[in-house]
Design a binder for this molecule. Structure first.
Ligand code: GDP
Ligand code: MG
Length: 172
């Protein structure tokens, strides 16, 4: 089957927006795969001839049902998603800055031995000074990652999103 990919991150960083973007130009193959529960679902999709399975623990079933950032950060759900994935997209919010919580989640991914791709979302609308600050914070908080691939994207506008799956392929 497709590469199992999990999208994790703090509430409101733009996970749902990103997933919609990824699905937007993809062929979503099945909505209700066998073994799907209300809280955990695997959505197979195909993009550029590659197959992936989105591991979603927030119960995202279809685009219209993507929740609007109301969920709390559930570390248990994140850990579950990490376990089931082979590549983890860790979404962070450039406008809020890179936080300790982000670093903690990244630590969980490494601890589980999964491939990590760091997504710095909401890169739109940031001035040069803010961008410098985010890069500094990345160096500071994610220093222990060193080798992790990272992408500056705007899920809202789609900028940079197309390159993410390339990193997923290479990390896999
Ligand atoms: P989630 O809680 O991680 O699933 O986050 P959502 O996808 O619900 O997004 C939370 C908020 O951030 C929403 O108001 C989105 O419109 C906004 N948002 C998401 N992606 C971007 C982005 O790339 N740029 C900007 N400026 N806002 C974004
Ligand atoms: Mg969401």
């Amino acid at each position: 089957e497709g590469v199992p990919v999990a999208v994790i991150g703090r509430p409101n960083v733009g996970k749902s927006t990103l997933i919609n973007r990824l699905f937007g130009e993809a062929r979503v193959l099945v909505y209700d795969a066998p073994g799907t529960t209300r809280d955990s679902i695997a959505v197979p999709f195909e993009r550029d001839g590659q197959r992936y399975t989105l591991i979603d623990t927030a119960g995202v079933r279809r685009r219209s049902q993507v929740p609007e950032g109301v969920e709390k950060l559930s570390v248990v759900k994140s850990l579950e998603a990490i376990e089931r994935a082979s590549v983890v997209l860790l979404v962070t919010d450039a406008q809020e800055g890179i936080t300790e919580q982000d670093a903690r989640l990244a630590g969980h991914v490494l601890q589980a031995g999964r491939a990590l791709v760091v997504v710095i979302n909401k890169w739109d609308g940031l001035g040069p000074e803010q961008r410098r600050k985010v890069r500094r914070d990345l160096d500071l908080r994610f220093a222990f990652l060193g080798f992790a691939r990272h992408h500056f994207v705007s899920a809202r506008h789609g900028t940079g999103v197309g390159l993410l799956l390339g990193s997923v392929d290479r990390a896999h």
